[in-house]
Design a binder for this molecule. Sequence first.
Ligand SMILES: Nc1ncnc2c1ncn2[C@@H]1O[C@H](COP(=O)(O)OP(=O)(O)OP(=O)(O)O)[C@@H](O)[C@H]1O
Length: 305
Amino acid sequence: MITLRGLTKRYGDVLAVDSLDLEVRPGRVTGFLGPNGAGKSTTMRMVLGLDHPTSGRALVGGRPYRELDRPLHHVGAVLDARAVHPGRSGRAHLLTLARTHRIPDRRVDEVLEQVGLEGAARRRAGTFSLGMSQRLGIAAALLGDPGVLLFDEPVNGLDPDGVRWIRELMRELAGQGRTVFVSSHLMSEMQLTADHLVVIGRGRLITDAPLAEVLAHSAWTAVVVRSPHPEDLVAALEAEGAGVERPGPTELVVTGLGMERVGELAHRAGVVVHELRTRDASLEQAYRELTENAVQYTARNGGGR
Ligand SMILES: Nc1ncnc2c1ncn2[C@@H]1O[C@H](COP(=O)(O)OP(=O)(O)OP(=O)(O)O)[C@@H](O)[C@H]1O
């Protein structure tokens, strides 16, 4: 578990992270979203003890990173997959890391196999493709078998196979009961990977909710009714508090009621229905609504930091 308590980071005039309170829980993939400059990397760096909070705390398993005994056993991270000495082989890189953390050499071969790099492990890391570098970074993160894993933009620049591999690995790691915290700008990918979402904007928390809840709250989520006489249904829908739009003469778009209830009301009103379906929001749409509202909120309240 990762716990943030009033976590704040100021760089000169820039408030990069602003009083974040958050618990990132085990057993699920938590997507960490926000526009460029929202403070995601800074937050992750503070969790990993690479940056000191201006105030507040970032805890891993209840303790600050610097107080962890043998930190690789508690938390693994991939922040920049290219941050490996290019002249060293992938295996040598991992062996050095293992030995400085009192991890047995055989664990290096285990993680190389886990990430599918056993064949390339003796090649110089400088010759690795981006996908291979990403796998090597993940192998390093897994070396200590940690319960908490952080990934900053792990699928950027990867081909579809690489993207799918990372998605499946994250789901597997979460399925093993680990805490998986992953930042990304790729909404379609996050929609497939994450169980839970944390959205920040200008360093502040905007949303901390299950993916399904974020999608359900989108204005795009609706029930579409096609009927030769939709006007006969409008009053019944509105009486139940639904929002009703009529984009065409035979179509209604209903928000605030489930599809079953809309069907029941149509039946009760004796309205012939030719089509009844849900219109599902994509995470991209839901995310845009959330972050646009946050920008408006900040502007209204004289923010503009
Ligand atoms: N070392 C630093 N010195 C000064 N300002 C910094 C430093 N690191 C980050 N910042 C500023 O803090 C803010 C948050 O940056 P951060 O990199 O954490 O955002 P991010 O959400 O990770 O963005 P991106 O999606 O672009 O990676 C930005 O305004 C950035 O310019």
